[in-house]
Design a protein. Structure first.
Length: 710
């Protein structure tokens, strides 16, 4: 057993940081709170501050860091887990052409391909790099198995997940149709027993500086033509008839069964399955917490990394599960506050949802009159009455839980509902970013040609990035206005990372582009600079939530469609204010949170730069900024993107460009103009090169972010 020695952990009594707390512990670095015991009857892996994998010895706690940013997450706790893939450390691999796959692995590529393999490592993490080359003329596919036909037992009804980190390290995705990980099902004799269990198809995700987790997702095993007895993991890529030259690097695969819905920490194997033991953290002397029976609260700040059947994040107990009070969450993400007395649940509450991969806060409170209250992430407080709170002898942290704990707090006071909401708000302030304008705000080139090399895996760390989706259609007849059905409050916040299809470039998350005959607005099929801005925000603020509000309409003008200079304003301004910005902000406020509009990107001017509208652009743009600053929550920074260099060649374009500079200067430091002349543009008809490519939008986003983040 290892006793925490209090190094790198803040432990406070009557904390100034939390005036209601009698005791609190913050796990930011390398130690447990004094008096806490820790057990784990095996080694276990974690990520260091240098973003590399390391191994903790038996009975040694793990303080985990974000693998993408290196930021401290807290105390890593997991229940027992098993890696059923027998050679995840790639023993037996030999570099060469074609080289030798690791023991139990095997080739599954067509003879049309030549193959070169390279064995490597990044710190403790073993890697296996494969280059596949094929001449044009055949359609074959390539890949490899990661175990034998009878290596991994599984029967119908088992839930199995295969995960395999990978990234592109050479060549290109040219003529690659998809990349996928699969679990082939086999009968007792090892023969194919029907269709494989397939996960989602990947492609551009592997173009990334960091490894991308290819996964089947949790899949229920079924019987095929025979009774399923085994599953066989397979990496597979599908091609076209064109030439292929691609190099992929792989690391640390796992096959987990009947455990969780997301991969846990890596469990190394080198010939047989291996099991990581459960982390057990307890505090057995409640007197050191200034604990008193009668009334109090227990709060925990945590980041769940997987969803077990039931997660108990923190609880008081008597050393058993019979008498407890605590907080946790269910597999569907709903929060859980509970009391058990004599082995029976006497209170079961839910208040708000728990989000995977980001910081959550939950609190449960009790009083001498039998009132139990629970709150998660600032949601409405749930209550139960007439509940007897049993006697306790200790505290358990992280039972049946996969994730990190960054703070635990106990207090003797009877919190009010408002105090509970305030304590658990996921950062009581939520950052908001606005993107508005016309086609370059929308992301004009991204629906068609978008170079894969320009598209990083933006959604990898965007678990907390949301966009406001407002269903919108244009009026029939091609008029620049929306049909009557659009003027309703039916928008909703959508999570970016889960609602984007990299194969089709469909995002279904924005409004406004290309008027047509009553058709849905085309920009629901497009994705613009929010992809890059979301990634930049996530990198600078790991685990923090961002809300993006976007409205962008092709060919719209400031003078006629937005009309900020008139008392009534134009249809676009009113639609933005009343049906996009207004409801989006109201939804945040309704959650008991405070919107913090960190910035607005205005990418517009082309619609005013080719005619009579240009002369009034300076006045109209100033009117727009005045209207923006009259909103309930105004942007800290407004970024105006100067229209493309093409417009410097025509008189009306010169007028608009000059107006953008003048207005930016007049409203400095809030408003800053970005010079976009060097950003890559798509070749247009007759040399009218005004729409930015994917690389151009990346440059645009980088420039805008440097201003917003300053």
């Amino acid at each position: 057993m290892s006793l925490g020695i209090g190094i790198g952990v803040s432990v406070v009594l009557q904390s100034a940081q939390s005036s209601t707390a009698a005791w609190a512990a913050e796990y930011a670095a390398t130690g447990l709170a004094p008096g806490m015991s820790f057990q784990r009857a095996s080694t276990a892996s974690y990520t260091t501050s240098t973003r590399q994998r390391a191994t903790a010895a038996n009975n040694t706690p793990r303080f985990d860091y974000n693998p993408y940013t290196g930021q401290a997450r807290g105390l890593l706790l997991e229940k027992a887990g098993t890696n059923y893939l027998r050679n995840s450390t790639m023993v037996g691999a030999v570099s060469g052409s074609p080289g030798t796959f690791p023991t139990n692995w095997g080739n599954n590529s067509s003879g049309s391909y030549t193959r070169t393999q390279t064995v490597g490592a990044i710190g403790e993490m073993k890697t296996h790099t494969v280059r596949w080359v094929k001449a044009a003329g055949t359609q074959a596919g390539f890949g490899f198995y990661l175990d034998t036909n009878t290596g991994i037992p599984a029967v119908a009804g088992d839930v199995v997940e295969f995960t395999f980190p990978a990234r592109l390290t050479g060549g290109s995705l040219d003529n690659i149709a998809s990349i996928q990980v699969i679990l082939a099902i086999r009968d007792a004799a090892g023969n194919s027993s029907g269709n494989a269990l397939q996960g989602p198809a990947y492609l551009s995700e592997v173009i990334n500086d960091d490894f991308v987790m290819l996964t089947t997702g949790p899949i229920t095993v079924v019987d095929g033509t025979g009774t399923t007895a085994f599953v066989r993991p397979l990496f597979q890529a599908l091609d076209t008839t064109g030439a292929v030259d691609i190099t992929l690097t792989f690391a640390e695969p796992m096959v987990e069964r009947n455990e969780v819905s997301t991969r846990t920490s890596f469990i190394p194997t080198s010939g047989t399955t291996a099991t990581r033991a459960t982390d057990v953290v307890r505090y057995n002397n409640l007197s050191n917490l200034n604990y008193e029976a009668g009334q109090g609260y227990l709060l925990v700040e945590f980041e769940p990394l997987a969803r077990p059947t039931v997660a108990r994040v923190a609880k008081f107990d008597d050393g058993t599960s019979a008498n407890t009070i605590g907080v946790g969450f269910r597999p569907d993400g709903t929060s859980s506050g509970y009391v058990t007395n004599g082995g029976t649940f006497t209170a079961a509450l839910t208040s708000g949802e728990v989000t995977m991969g980001t910081t959550n806060r939950a609190v449960i409170a009790w009083d001498a009159n039998g009132l139990i209250r629970m709150c998660c992430n600032g949601a409405t407080v749930a209550k139960a009455t007439g509940v007897t709170v049993p006697n306790f002898s200790g505290m358990r942290i992280g039972e049946d839980f996969y994730g990190t704990i960054s703070r635990v707090e106990y207090g003797k006071v009877n919190l009010t509902d408002n105090q509970m909401r305030e304590k658990t708000r996921a950062g009581s302030v939520v950052d908001v970013l606005i993107i508005a304008g016309q086609s370059n705000a929308d992301g004009f080139p991204l629906k068609t040609t978008f170079p894969a090399a320009a598209f990083p895996l933006w959604q990898r760390m965007q678990t907390a990035i949301y966009m406001y989706n407002k269903p919108t259609k244009y009026a029939a007849g091609g008029a620049f206005n929306f049909d009557a059905a659009s003027y309703v409050d039916d928008g909703a916040w959508w999570k970016m990372g889960t609602l984007y299809n990299p194969a089709t470039m469909i995002s279904s998350m924005t409004i406004g582009n290309t008027p047509g005959q009553g058709q849905e607005v085309e920009s629901v099929r497009r994705l613009g600079m929010e992809a890059y801005l979301g990634q930049l925000y996530a990198a600078a603020n790991p685990g923090k939530e961002l809300r993006i509000i976007k409205i962008a309409c092709h060919s719209s003008s400031l003078a006629n469609d937005w009309r900020p200079q008139t008392q009534a304003a134009g249809y676009l301004w009113n639609y933005f204010k009343d049906y996009v910005y207004g409801p989006a902000i109201a939804d945040i406020v309704a959650q008991g949170r405070v919107p913090n509009v960190i910035g607005m990107v205005w990418a517009q001017g082309e619609g005013d730069a080719t005619g009579a509208y240009s002369a009034a652009y300076q006045t109209n743009l100033q009117s727009l900024i005045d209207r923006i600053n009259a909103l309930p929550y105004t942007p800290r920074r407004i970024v105006i993107g100067r229209i493309a260099a093409y417009y410097a060649t025509i008189s009306s374009g010169q007028t608009v460009r000059a107006a953008q500079q003048t207005v930016s200067t007049a409203n400095s430091p809030q408003t800053v103009m970005v010079d976009t002349d060097a950003f890559e543009v798509s070749p247009g008809t007759g040399g009218v090169n005004i729409h930015y490519t994917g690389l151009g939008l990346q440059s645009y986003a980088n420039a805008a972010w440097s201003i917003i983040n300053s």
